[in-house]
Design a protein around this ligand. Structure first.
Ligand code: 7PJ
Length: 282
């Protein structure tokens, strides 16, 4: 079942990760974002979208300024800052009630975002893209979501072996930089450098791909592992996404990074009641 972890956050209550799943709402601030068509690009609509996700029960808002979907163009540091910083500033000024994570693999962007009030780094390069990333996290004492994304992977090796080695390296980098042992959340990286079969193999047993007991984030929302199976477009993938969320929870996941907060949260509540019983008093 679920391991329990308490993750300190600077200046606010810790994240408690255990049998109660947390929902992370995705706030894309990218003109090319595949799932919202860039319609939340304007500051006002980004803010409205964040507020809506919080009203729907998001526990964390993940702000991202560079799309990492296959085929997207990388953006420069300044461009990424120009996209995300006004949103973070405005959410903080708003008195946002939930922690913000910054979805970036650039240490400079992470540093600025944290100085503005973000308290979690979401690094799709798993601390391995830039040596400064772990240092930024250690300096500010913020946790990092370390996602598996092994480019140019040796596909003759079993995926889980590759992931074990990769995460072992991320953990070593975190320790070397002086990040606390409770400062890492591991993420299997669904859809990143993996075949369709591997993505499903991973959903069925991702804990075996992780070297130790760490909290796990699952990011499958509207991804092509669902679309290829169902032959549908991102906006048609909610039912498939919910299936992955519930399976990811049953198989040991703690945080679920999703576009559709309410639907995934409802499904997770039902799954939690099934595994652990309904909340006291109901
Ligand atoms: C993920 C992410 C994921 C984490 C994206 C998309 C592509 N961060 N950023 N995990 N995916 N931690 O949302 O489809 O799976 S961008």
């Amino acid at each position: 079942m679920h391991t329990t972890h308490t993750i300190p956050l600077p200046g606010r209550a810790p994240l408690i990760l255990g049998q109660t799943p947390l929902v992370m709402g995705i706030l894309n601030v990218t003109p090319d974002s595949f799932s919202d068509g860039g319609q939340h690009n304007l500051l006002d609509s980004a803010l409205a979208h964040a507020r809506q996700m919080i009203a729907e029960g998001a526990d964390i808002i993940d702000v991202g300024g560079e799309s990492t979907r296959p085929g997207s163009e990388p953006v420069g540091v300044q461009e990424e800052l120009d996209r995300v910083m006004p949103v973070i500033d405005a959410l903080v000024a708003d008195g946002i009630g939930v922690p913000l994570s910054i979805d970036t693999y650039k240490p400079l962007v992470a540093d600025q975002a944290i100085q503005a009030g973000a308290t979690i780094i979401n690094d799709v390069h798993g601390l391995q893209g830039a040596p400064q990333m772990a240092e930024v996290a250690a300096l500010h004492d913020v946790p990092v979501i370390a996602m598996h994304w092994q480019k140019d992977r040796d596909t003759t090796r079993p995926l889980f072996d590759d992931m074990q080695d990769y995460f072992t390296h991320s953990i070593a980098l975190a320790e070397r930089a002086g990040m606390g042992r409770d400062g890492l959340i591991l993420d299997p990286g669904f859809g990143f450098g993996k075949s369709l079969a591997e993505n499903y193999q991973l959903l069925a047993g991702f804990l075996a791909a992780c070297p130790q007991q760490f909290p796990i984030l699952i990011g499958t929302s509207r991804k092509s592992m669902i679309g290829k199976l169902l032959d549908n477009t991102p906006d048609q993938r909610l039912a498939g996404t919910i299936a992955t969320t519930v399976l990811g929870y049953i198989n040991g996941g703690h945080i679920f990074r999703v576009h559709d907060v309410r639907a995934n949260r409802d499904a997770l509540r039902v799954a939690q009641a099934t595994l652990y019983g309904p909340p006291a008093g109901l």
